[in-house]
Design a protein around this ligand. Structure first.
Ligand code: GLU
Length: 221
């Protein structure tokens, strides 16, 4: 069991993501990472094997990563050993889409083969990287929105997932979805949180939505 957190609002995201991940530490993990979209629209990813403390030190408690929309993850490796490269978030080939995932994608090898045939290359050994590449492939070939691309990609996926996705140039949007892995949305005042359970959210808001299986949500502040 790993952990997912996400935030979009007016505040700096990274310290909130680190704080949320710390509250999910009890679930167990082997690596951690975060992706935040900065004011210039670029997605910055920082991730590392080991304790959350390593990620916190790498980012100066989050203050070294600027931006108010982002996602964070603590990983419990199922596909590929625990290391820096296999840690989440995973990023699409263009670098425009970043994704965190809790669960397993059973048909990842088939999807990976199809994407490889279309020229996609993979940096990690994870099932998760296949999903972010698939989302990008669908988005580019169908000229659709991120939401539509995620929806279409998930129709092709067999397995269990809670996911959170951010896209370059879309600075106030998180796409989340779940099937067999939990995901909770916290609705604050001009800010929105997501997490694997309510523990990271309760300090900010008591308005909580439990996403149901096979539901997808587009989130803004
Ligand atoms: N299957 C994914 C991986 O191995 C996600 C594991 C998790 O739930 O942390 O990277």
């Amino acid at each position: 069991m790993c952990g997912i957190v996400g935030f979009t609002g007016a505040a700096q995201a990274a310290p909130i993501l680190l704080d949320g991940l710390a509250k999910l530490e009890y679930r167990g993990y082997d690596s951690a990472g975060l992706a935040v979209q900065n004011a210039a629209g670029k997605i910055e990813v920082v991730k590392a094997k080991g304790r959350l403390k390593v990620l916190s030190e790498m980012t100066d408690g989050g203050s070294a990563v600027s931006g108010s929309c982002g996602i964070g993850h603590t990983r419990w490796a199922t596909h590929g050993e625990p290391n820096d490269v296999n840690a989440h978030p995973h990023v699409s080939q263009s670098g425009d889409i970043a994704l965190v995932h809790n669960g397993t994608i059973e048909n990842y090898a088939v999807l990976k083969k199809v994407l490889s045939d279309h020229g996609y290359t993979f940096k990690s050994e994870t099932d998760t990287e296949v999903l972010v590449q698939l989302i990008e492939y669908i988005k580019l070939t169908s000229s659709c929105s991120l939401l539509e691309a995620v929806r279409e990609a998930l129709l092709q996926v067999e397995g269990a997932y809670a996911i959170a996705v951010v896209e370059k140039g879309n600075p106030d949007t998180l796409i989340v979805a779940r099937k067999s892995s939990p995901l909770v949305i916290g609705v604050g005042d001009g800010e929105t949180f997501i997490a694997s359970d309510a523990t990271p959210i309760v300090g900010y808001t008591d308005k909580v939505i439990y996403l149901k299986d096979n539901e997808l949500a587009q989130i803004s502040r």
